[in-house]
Design a protein. Structure first.
Length: 165
């Protein structure tokens, strides 16, 4: 193989390596039904580079975010606003969250914004990330870009300083 051909082949391989490395760290996720809502684009474009000491990772679905390796925080924007629920509803810094503790035995739970459109959901491994850190990091974006629907947490026992139980 002539020297110029080897150089071109080497350049082609070197050009592919960063792309292949980037693909290996992508987190596979599914977009929500309303993922194309412009409010989600505003939130996604402003996501923090880290939450609870977990670094942000790329995802393969519109309006999603992930942090940690392995991913311990998974976020999806673009859900239908949830109806009133029997799940605990917690307020934190102006954002109401429904807290699904059904996977607490596995140290995981789900936070879903309540009274915002579109809704945003966070799946959290609480061995590696704090719900308070998540609420603090995402709260300003939620308050600014996801529109209030008029629904709020109502029971006095459902309003606490943090979305954790």
């Amino acid at each position: 193989m002539p020297r110029s051909s080897r150089s071109l082949a080497l350049l082609a391989v070197l050009a592919l390596v960063p792309g292949l490395a980037a693909c290996s760290t992508t987190v596979a996720m599914e977009p929500a039904k309303l993922a194309n809502d412009p409010a989600c684009a505003s939130v996604i474009s402003r996501l923090p580079s880290s939450i609870s000491g977990q670094e942000r990772r790329w995802t393969d679905a519109q309006a999603t975010g992930a942090w940690g390796n392995p991913a311990s925080i998974l976020m999806t924007c673009g859900l239908e606003p949830p109806a009133p629920s029997t799940l605990p509803c917690r307020s934190f810094d102006g954002v109401d969250w429904l807290v699904d503790e059904s996977q607490a035995a596995d140290n995981r739970y789900t936070l879903t914004t309540f009274g915002r459109s579109p809704a945003l959901q966070v799946y959290l491994d609480f061995d590696n990330a704090s719900s308070g850190d998540v609420a603090q990091a995402l709260g300003p974006l939620i308050r600014e870009y996801l529109q209030p629907t008029g629904s709020v947490c109502t029971a006095a026992s459902d309003t606490t300083a943090s979305p954790t139980p």
